[in-house]
Design a protein. Structure first.
Length: 214
């Protein structure tokens, strides 16, 4: 969203992505008798060994349907007052879902800040006057008027009424599926692939961690 979550480890900013989080996840999945479909994280063992298991809140488990809904909300400018910016406007995939600017810019040009949980990160920017400058009643009215969203919320959360809590839960679920493992550094440092880095990259790594005091 417009706010940026505090990074934990470079390249591991949130233990985020899941086997079922693909662009081909549909939005027409039925809500079965047992509820939405649980989703499982696919996390390399070295990640668990390095920083521990991912934290998934007990009241917001990952589901295929919730992630699909969160992905759509994340990219939808409907959340902003003038429908000009979305979460994805500032959290750019080509920048690791971060904002390349020091501060994100709101709909009126104001500069934003950050929060410490994905749920808070999704909740506050919608109403922050420096960011999306909207109201939650307006957002909820827009969502309830959209038949596609009504169906997606039902598939993700059953018959619970659409409200801001469900909106931020869905967005947080999607954000927890954003990760990149298997970089050359990952393979070199954690998987023992001595050829993963070029000689120049190895020298840069030594400078980064030692002599250059990065």
């Amino acid at each position: 969203m417009v706010r940026k979550a505090r990074p934990v480890v470079v390249g591991l900013m949130a233990l985020v992505v899941l086997t079922g989080c693909r662009k081909d996840v549909g939005t027409d999945l039925p809500f079965g008798a047992s509820g939405p479909t649980p989703a499982q994280l696919n996390v390399p063992g070295w990640v668990i060994d390095s920083i521990g298991p991912p934290h998934i809140p007990g009241d917001n488990p990952l589901t295929i349907e919730g992630i699909a809904l969160g992905r759509r909300l994340f990219h939808d400018p409907l959340l902003s007052d003038d429908q000009s910016i979305s979460c994805a406007s500032c959290h750019l995939q080509e920048n690791g879902f971060a904002d390349p600017r020091q501060f994100s810019v709101g709909t009126d040009g104001s500069l934003g800040g950050r929060r410490h949980s994905l749920e808070d990160q999704a909740l506050d920017p919608v109403i922050d006057p420096a960011e999306m400058r909207n109201t939650w009643p307006t957002v909820i009215e827009r969502l309830r008027a959209d038949p596609d969203y009504v169906g997606m919320f039902r598939r993700a959360f059953g018959n619970a009424p659409i409200d801001q809590t469900l909106v931020v839960k869905a967005i947080a679920q999607f954000e927890r599926t954003l990760v990149s493992f298997g970089s050359p550094f990952d393979r070199y440092r954690f998987e023992g692939d001595a050829l993963a880095l070029t000689p120049a990259a190895e020298r840069g790594m030594r400078l980064f961690f030692r002599d250059a005091h990065c």
